[in-house]
Design a binder for this molecule. Structure first.
Ligand code: NAD
Length: 355
């Protein structure tokens, strides 16, 4: 074995029902005296209640998916106007993404309290969108200093969104198995992530008000993000990134739909990886395991149901070819991408992409 692996510096609190106390201690650790709370309108009350013990100078709720540049600029101005010294974000990946956009230019430290399973809190990846193109980058300044995982805060996430978001985390795991910088540690994290998510998703569907399944999903989401953060974006993430930036389709649902098509496409070229993923699903094949799970949780099946226009099947091909990793396990051709997008748009059998 021969590899280099960077472990990112972050503190992680994991305890259901303890977000308020953990926020107090993390803000004190950063000597924060002027906190900016970033939370979308839907999570604003939740954020106020968990931030009740810290010195908040501004609540900012202007959150937009994929962080348009103008949204980032408004948030940066608000931080500047209020002399903020700590950013506290409470919400999904869009909210964390906005905090990262502020940290990118100001260097302010972030305390992240995730309420979905997107995993942005555990990566140093930022993203900004302008004129239909999403730019991403990696910068240590945007990595939250602390993450507070409190499964009680995810109880309000509706089941269909929980399923899509959990499958987004699963996509981080699967894509990390063959992404450009994958290493044995990433793969160990990813496989444990698959096990946790495959167990947690049916639990959440069966008992949405229970904490056990929600905790498994948060644990799996964290592992998935660690793996993804180190391994980088594989073909799956490149495809979803192009679709999200160009056609403004919802992030989690897009990942949830596209994953089986990329798995079917890549897995014949990497039999060892395929066996290890199958094993993590306790299934005969990786695709069978994923599809069995997707059926059990009534996963989203077609991109056309989530706002992707049909012309995108052709229109997105050049951008995906340009973004596709050169060392993808299988060569990525225009015909292959077109077939994959068509199948994912219609929701037809993913096995066709493997041929
Ligand atoms: P999101 O943050 O847009 O949230 C989706 C919806 O869920 C929103 O309407 C939100 O208000 C609602 N919501 C969130 N938590 C809730 C809760 N507990 N109860 C009820 N409703 C709740 O979506 P997302 O999928 O979490 O994140 C997607 C964004 O994150 C994308 O822009 C994506 O690019 C980014 N992302 C970035 C990284 C990274 O490493 N930089 C990783 C993953 C995702």
């Amino acid at each position: 074995m021969r590899f280099e692996h960077e472990t990112l510096p972050q503190r992680v609190h994991f305890a259901a029902g303890e977000a308020r106390a953990a926020i107090r201690s993390e803000v004190a650790r950063l000597a924060g005296s002027r906190v900016m709370v970033i939370a979308a309108p839907a999570e604003a009350d939740l954020a106020k209640s968990v931030a009740a013990d810290v010195p908040v100078v501004v609540h900012h709720d202007d959150v937009v998916m994929h962080v348009p540049v103008e949204t980032a600029q408004r948030a940066r101005r608000a931080a500047d106007d209020h002399g903020v010294d700590v950013l506290l974000c409470v919400g999904g990946g869009s909210t964390t993404g906005l905090a990262k956009a502020v940290a990118l230019t100001t260097g302010l430290p972030i305390v992240a309290v995730p309420t979905t399973y997107a995993g942005s809190e555990a990566t140093g990846v930022w993203g900004l969108t302008q004129d239909g193109a999403k730019t991403t980058g990696v910068d240590p300044r945007v990595l939250p200093r602390a993450i507070i995982y409190d499964a009680a805060l995810t109880l309000s996430l509706p089941v269909p969104l929980s399923v899509a978001s959990g499958l987004n985390a699963l996509a981080h795991c699967v894509d990390s198995m063959w992404a450009p910088h994958t290493d044995p540690l990433d793969q160990a994290l990813a496989l444990e992530g698959i096990r946790a998510l495959a167990a947690g998703l049916p639990d959440v569907v069966a008992d949405p008000a229970g904490l056990a399944g929600r905790e498994r999903l948060l644990y799996g989401a964290y592992l998935s993000a660690l793996a993804f953060s180190s391994a980088g974006s594989g073909l799956h993430h490149k495809i979803c990134h192009v679709l999200g930036g160009r056609y403004d389709v919802p992030h989690a649902q897009t990942h949830a739909v596209v994953l089986p098509y990329v798995l079917a496409f890549n897995s014949p070229a990497v039999p060892d990886v395929e066996h290890r993923i199958a094993d993590a699903f306790a299934a005969d094949s990786a695709l069978d395991g994923l599809q069995r799970l997707r059926r059990a949780v009534d996963a989203p099946t077609a991109l056309r149901d989530h706002g992707l226009p049909e012309y995108a099947v052709e229109d997105a091909v050049p951008a995906i070819l340009e973004a596709a990793p050169a060392d993808n396990p299988r060569p990525v051709t225009g015909a292959a991408v077109r077939r994959l997008l068509r199948a994912a748009w219609e929701g037809s059998d993913p096995a066709v992409t493997g041929k």
